[in-house]
Ligand binder design. Structure first.
Ligand SMILES: [Fe+2]
Length: 302
């Protein structure tokens, strides 16, 4: 039996047990994971109590998750891992709309509304209209592009955080028109704290960090043959733009939600004055562009 009582040899011993027949990418990821976790434990000289605290923390994080609550995504978000994955996977995406975190509150099955429809019917808040166009990187309008939107209510809660909202609320799917143009009526998003009643919230507090996210509206924009863009539009002037708890803000995603008191303009949009109006164009690149760029850079590096 192989003995591994020398801490310096343990890391290589664990890596050596990886089967040569394992999937190459899986081997690569596991080798690196083992090396970094071992280095981390050595670097901080983890005590047995701390190790057990970590086990309890991860257990509690998993136990907090269900079909409406995703504590692991929040953990990844507040540690900046989600935005790091986002950055790595959208290198060389110049000319396209910048991406940001999916976040823990996306759910499938948002109701379909007509282009120009109201995704916040029955909800109190500042009337708002968001419009724009979906285009390809070469400028071609993407007719019929699908926009999936979700947001919190004016108190900062998503439908999945509320006791009973009678199904999907403040969420909508709509198709852009033949020129890629879209328009949606809603309420002005507000800044909100990520839920802190779970294990992630306790760690956030111990780190001395606030839990706030600047006001934003979530978008997932897709069209056949193009890479889907998952992003937010942030409300210009929000006090948390510089300290988003999940590090998700990018300058190009900060949008002026302009206030208007024009009753006639409001009426044209199906809103009541005063209201807010924002416009933003989404730009998607052809599917596979990231893979082709990665293959080219791998060839260049070889
Ligand atoms: Fe959000």
């Amino acid at each position: 039996m192989q003995k591994n009582d020398d801490e310096s040899k343990l890391t290589e011993a664990v890596i050596a047990r990886l089967s040569a027949d394992a999937d190459p990418r899986f081997r690569r990821v596991m080798q690196s994971l083992i090396r970094h976790v071992h280095d981390f434990v050595r670097e901080v000289e983890l005590t047995e109590d701390e190790w057990f605290e970590a086990i309890k923390f991860l257990t509690a994080t998993g136990q907090k998750c269900d079909d409406k609550r995703q504590e692991f995504i929040m953990l990844s978000d507040v540690l900046g891992v989600s935005m790091l994955v986002d950055a790595i996977n959208h290198r060389s995406a110049e000319g396209t709309t910048e991406t940001t975190v999916l976040g823990p509150f996306f759910v499938h099955g948002a109701p379909e509304i007509e282009n120009g429809g109201d995704m916040a019917a029955g909800w109190d808040g500042e009337p708002t209209c968001v419009s724009g166009q979906v285009r390809a990187t070469d400028g071609t309008p993407l007719a019929g592009a699908l926009l999936d939107l979700w947001q919190s209510n004016s108190e900062g809660n998503y439908d999945v955080q509320l006791a009973d909202t009678g199904g999907r609320q403040l969420r909508a799917k709509l198709h852009a028109d033949a020129e890629g143009r879209f328009r949606v009526r809603t309420i002005l998003p507000t800044s909100y704290p990520v839920p802190t009643d779970g294990p992630m919230g306790k760690v956030l507090e111990r780190m001395g960090r606030h839990p706030m996210r600047p006001a934003h509206l979530h978008f997932m924009v897709s069209a056949p043959g193009y890479e889907t863009v998952v992003t937010h539009l942030f409300v210009k002037g929000d006090p948390y733009l510089d300290s988003d708890v999940v590090f998700g803000v990018k300058d190009s995603l900060i949008v002026d939600f302009k206030r208007s008191e024009s009753a006639s303009e409001a009426q044209k949009l199906g809103l009541q004055a005063p209201f807010y109006r924002a416009s933003y164009d989404f730009v998607l690149r052809p599917a596979g562009a990231a893979r082709r760029l990665a293959a080219r850079s791998a060839r260049d590096a070889a």
